[in-house]
Design a protein around this ligand. Structure first.
Ligand code: NAD
Ligand code: MG
Length: 398
């Protein structure tokens, strides 16, 4: 029995993680569940899974949940705030932590799990985008075991040799015979839309992903392909990849989840249905394999697998992210913060779809905060970049 904490338990990845646990109830015990504000969902999860602890980032939500659980006679203890989340992530009885909080908010609780030397199943890509070098150093310093959950990175991990898997971020890909990593992306809902029509798309159109069912922020990031940009940065840190070793390719069917090209001409791909239960099950059980509740792929049902080069005119956010990756951690932190603010402004109807890239680019040009030297610095840069991005939202709002 392994004890599991899920950070971001009420979200899309949290829900899929619990679905995998339900299929493997003899192997995993839900020890801790954490979320932001959704008391109703957390109440029903707590009553069903009977975790030792739950934590709500929002203090008022934690109080309401505490009273509701007490009324039900539940023994689950309720913690609050970032400290509460960190307790769940680092408790000595915890074996595995699913890091599935969305956005920069996931950085500190995920780091708490890393510093406690846990097996960390990393869905929260923004943590690596903000603090790649510091994060990977902490993984090695504290003996944490990092397994990527993001479907592309989990696919790449599966296609790499064991010595890379056991030394993420450190191994030389070249010495392992790898010539490049090919990150695939669906291209989102607007991959075939007229470029001129992109100015008028609505939030509900933008979050209707053609293949994957995900939370709103990552769904929107898939439409702008900022998601692939963040994943490019994530791949750099996880696999110690140079720009010449990383490429992005659009694959509209989302069956090939990513690929690794070797020097001898072999190309290894991981394929499957577009369902996060597969990488979650892989990350939970690695190096074993468990039931993820997923039907096998049926090739006679798949009419074609196609691939195409991304067009930066359609996806300016992808180009901004690739450039920020080359510029360094300060730029990727600023990019991430500006994108989070602009994405929220679009989803709440304050700016247009194409202004997400415009605001992110403007903030990147405007921000000159110096070099990043520590995690606290990343949080400070994140804070300052959000102020600049919010100013742009006010300036551009109709
Ligand atoms: P979601 O919006 O569905 O859920 C987010 C979760 O984070 C919720 O439980 C919410 O309560 C929690 N949360 C938000 N802010 C918080 C805070 N300040 N403190 C504590 N908890 C907080 O998001 P999601 O789609 O599940 O994505 C989660 C993460 O996983 C993101 O980083 C995303 O990029 C990554 N990811 C998601 C998918 C997917 O299929 N959904 C795939 C790959 C990677
Ligand atoms: Mg992904």
């Amino acid at each position: 029995m392994r004890n599991l904490t899920i950070l971001g338990a009420t979200g899309s990845i949290g829900t899929s993680t619990l679905a995998v646990v339900e299929k493997n109830i003899d192997a995993y015990r839900v020890f801790g569940l954490a979320a932001d504000t959704n008391v109703d969902k957390m109440l029903s999860l707590s009553l069903k899974w009977k975790p030792r602890f739950v934590a709500m980032n929002n203090e008022a939500a934690a109080k309401t949940l505490h009273l509701a659980l007490k009324a039900e006679g539940s023994k689950t203890q309720v913690l609050a705030g970032i400290e509460g989340l960190s307790v769940l992530a680092s408790h000595p009885d915890v074996d595995c932590v699913m890091a599935a909080i969305v956005g920069a908010a996931g950085l500190l609780p995920t780091m708490a799990a890393v510093k406690a030397g846990k097996r960390v199943l990393l869905a929260n890509k923004e943590a690596l985008v903000m603090s790649g070098a510091f994060f990977m150093n902490a993984v090695h310093e504290h003996g944490a075991e990092l397994i990527p959950v993001d479907s592309e990175h989990n696919a790449i991990f599966q296609c790499l040799p064991p010595c890379v898997q056991s030394s993420l971020g450190r191994c030389s890909l070249e010495e392992q015979g790898v010539s490049s990593i090919l990150l695939t992306g669906s291209g989102g809902p607007f991959r075939f839309t007229e470029l001129s029509a992109l100015y008028n798309v609505t939030p509900s159109e933008a979050i209707s992903h053609p293949n994957w069912s995900m939370g709103p922020k990552i769904s929107l990031d898939s439409a702008t392909m900022m998601n692939k940009g963040l994943e490019y940065i994530e791949a750099k840190w996880l696999f110690n990849a140079a720009p010449s070793e990383l490429d992005v390719i659009i694959h509209p069917q989302s069956i090939v989840h990513s690929m690794v090209q070797y020097r001898d001409g072999s190309l290894l791909a991981q394929m499957g249905r577009p369902d996060m239960c597969t990488p979650i099950a892989h990350a939970l059980a690695y190096p074993k394999r468990i039931d993820a509740g997923i039907k096998p792929l049926n090739f006679s049902e798949i009419s074609e697998l196609t691939f195409m080069k991304p067009d930066f005119k359609r996806y300016p956010c992808l180009k901004l992210a690739i450039d920020a990756c080359a510029a360094g951690q300060a730029a990727t932190t600023i990019l991430n913060a500006a994108n989070e603010v602009a994405a929220d402004a679009f989803l709440t109807g304050r700016i247009g779809f194409m202004q997400i890239a415009q605001i992110t680019e403007s903030v990147l040009q405007e921000a000159s905060f110096g070099a990043l030297t520590c995690i606290e610095g990343a949080l400070e840069f994140d804070f300052k970049a959000r102020i600049l991005a919010n100013n742009w939202v006010v300036r551009l709002a109709p």
